[in-house]
Design a protein around this ligand. Structure first.
Ligand code: GLU
Length: 502
């Protein structure tokens, strides 16, 4: 048997360090077994998937040093490797399940499902589909389908019994079917959900080992049932422990930057990041902290994976990165890498229109544009003080602006401008007032190059990280306070939307 593993990212956001971590383990396992590593794009969520995100994920995985044998950009014998291009296959397979009596069409409305759910929660029962459409008469189903009635396809779940999930890294996990929902396999728009597409593709792409994050364990019974319904052998499952924040909570961008682009822009070396990800849940036999991919492959062994939640600690990564810079780069390589980072033509060219009107000699450049090269600007609460706003108000500006910017699908000056103007409207402040703390948070100075363009050039990750940093400089916000901000922000948005409509 040829070992075949895969990474199957959904292109719905920035390339996540967790994706590179899972990809690394899949890559190593395939390579040490002389097998193949596949990259598949899971873009069944059409509303949230973008080609921009897909491109960024591919580029980020390549940047850290991973290559795939098959994928949407390199092709291969099992393509296409983008789920949006495989719809016919899923439709065909949904029909097979219906014909064999393993799935059924469900006509329940969203309102009815919401009521059922509410009643179940009130009765302290596990919220799940109650099976109303399970026993519909086939003629009635045919009539309603022919009449074009909106419906989904759901999988059947055994009414009793337990699913035993066998995982390479764990003792057998027992999950009662009573806990498993009659999962929607095909949505009302005719597109598959993750579960159907994932199982069909893993089978058709010859995937032998599914290594993914442990948040998917609860989906395993559905997947195992589907393999059984189709009469296929299931791949071996191996759920990797989730990356955690230093406080042990699930790694989240609220507490830690999670985008690979952030680490790239901050000037981390890809080999150091990959090395660090290799230390998440895994260790070298001699416990050495610094190793490259070749060394990792020499010693890779699933038995060395430990399940205790691996902590992604930016301070430790920084320390390791420093070692790479000091120990591995000779002077030439050092220069090359700094140039590659931000001192290249392309990066500098983007700054010229912003800095040209503000300098009269080259040495002014550092004062005017130095902050583009910085990580977090050095700022104090005094720097953020505002003539007309209390510190709590300044904090609210920073937090609401973050939310406005986070919601931007594309990162361009026009979008940034619209988001910041929108924020001022929501905050019911003059634009001048709401922008003042942002200048300081972003550039470390009260005035700087034009803010919208500056934020566009700095990029999503670094800009948001600087806003978060400024909030921390002002003492941070508690979870409770954040909840209050969110409520007020949502309320203001609703009011704004209602006004726009009237
Ligand atoms: N598309 C899923 C994700 O992005 C893949 C999960 C899996 O590996 O099955 O997390």
């Amino acid at each position: 048997m040829t070992v075949r593993t895969r990474i199957a990212p959904s292109p719905t956001g920035d390339p996540h360090v967790g994706t590179a971590y899972v990809a690394l383990f899949n890559y190593c396992f395939a390579k040490v077994n002389g097998g193949q590593f596949v990259l598949r794009i899971e873009d069944t969520d059409q509303a949230r998937s973008t080609r921009e995100s897909e491109d960024a994920i591919l580029a980020a995985l390549r940047w850290v040093g991973l290559e795939w044998d098959e994928g949407p950009d390199v092709g291969g014998p099992h393509g296409p490797y983008r789920q949006s291009e495989r719809s016919a296959l899923y439709r065909e397979h949904a029909q097979i399940l219906i014909d064999r009596g393993h799935a059924f069409r469900c006509f329940c409305t969203a309102e009815r499902l919401a009521e059922v759910r509410k009643a179940q929660i009130a009765a302290k029962a596990t919220p799940r589909y109650d099976g109303r459409c399970l026993g519909l008469d086939p003629d009635e189903v045919a009539r309603r389908v022919a009449a074009g009635e909106t419906h989904v396809v759901r999988m059947k779940i055994p009414s009793e019994g337990t699913c035993v999930v066998r995982d390479r890294l764990r003792d057998p996990i027992h999950i009662d079917y009573a806990q498993v929902d009659m999962q929607v396999l095909v949505k009302s728009d005719g597109l598959p959900t993750y579960h159907l597409a994932n199982v069909v593709d893993d089978h058709h792409m010859g995937i032998t080992h599914v290594m993914r994050g442990e948040e998917w364990i609860s989906s395993a019974p559905k997947h195992l049932l589907l393999y059984g319904y189709f009469g296929w052998d299931a791949p071996e499952l191996c759920h990797l422990p989730l990356l955690r924040n230093p406080d042990k909570s699930k790694l989240s961008k609220r507490k830690n930057p999670t985008s690979i682009l952030y680490y790239q822009r901050m000037g981390f070396l890809p080999e150091a990041l990959l090395n660090y990800l290799g230390r998440m849940a895994w260790s070298m036999p001699d416990e050495s902290e610094k190793f490259d991919l070749t060394q990792m492959l020499e010693h890779f062994d699933l038995d060395r994976i430990s399940l205790g939640g691996p902590v992604f600690d930016v301070d430790k990564l920084t320390w390791l990165n420093g070692r790479y810079i000091r120990e591995d780069l000779d002077d030439d390589a050092f220069v090359d890498r700094v140039v590659q980072w931000q001192l290249n033509r392309e990066a500098l060219a983007a700054l010229i229109p912003l800095v040209r009107p503000r300098i009269s000699k080259w040495s002014d450049l550092v004062d005017v544009a130095g902050f583009f090269l910085q990580g977090m600007p050095t700022i104090t609460p005094d720097d953020l003080a505002h003539k007309r706003l209390e510190p709590a108000e300044v904090q609210r500006v920073l937090v609401w602006t973050q939310w406005q910017l986070e919601a931007l699908p594309a990162w361009q000056a026009e979008g940034v401008e619209a988001a910041l103007r929108g924020a001022a409207g929501l905050l019911e402040m003059k634009l001048r007032d709401s922008l003042a703390p942002l200048f300081v948070a972003i550039s470390g100075q009260k005035s700087s190059t034009p803010l919208f363009d500056t934020i566009a050039i700095l990029g999503r990750d670094l800009s948001l990280a600087r806003l978060r940093h400024a909030v921390e400089v002002l003492g941070g916000v508690s979870k409770k306070q954040l909840g209050r901000y969110k409520k007020a922000y949502d309320q203001a948005r609703r009011a704004q939307a209602a006004e726009a409509q009237s």
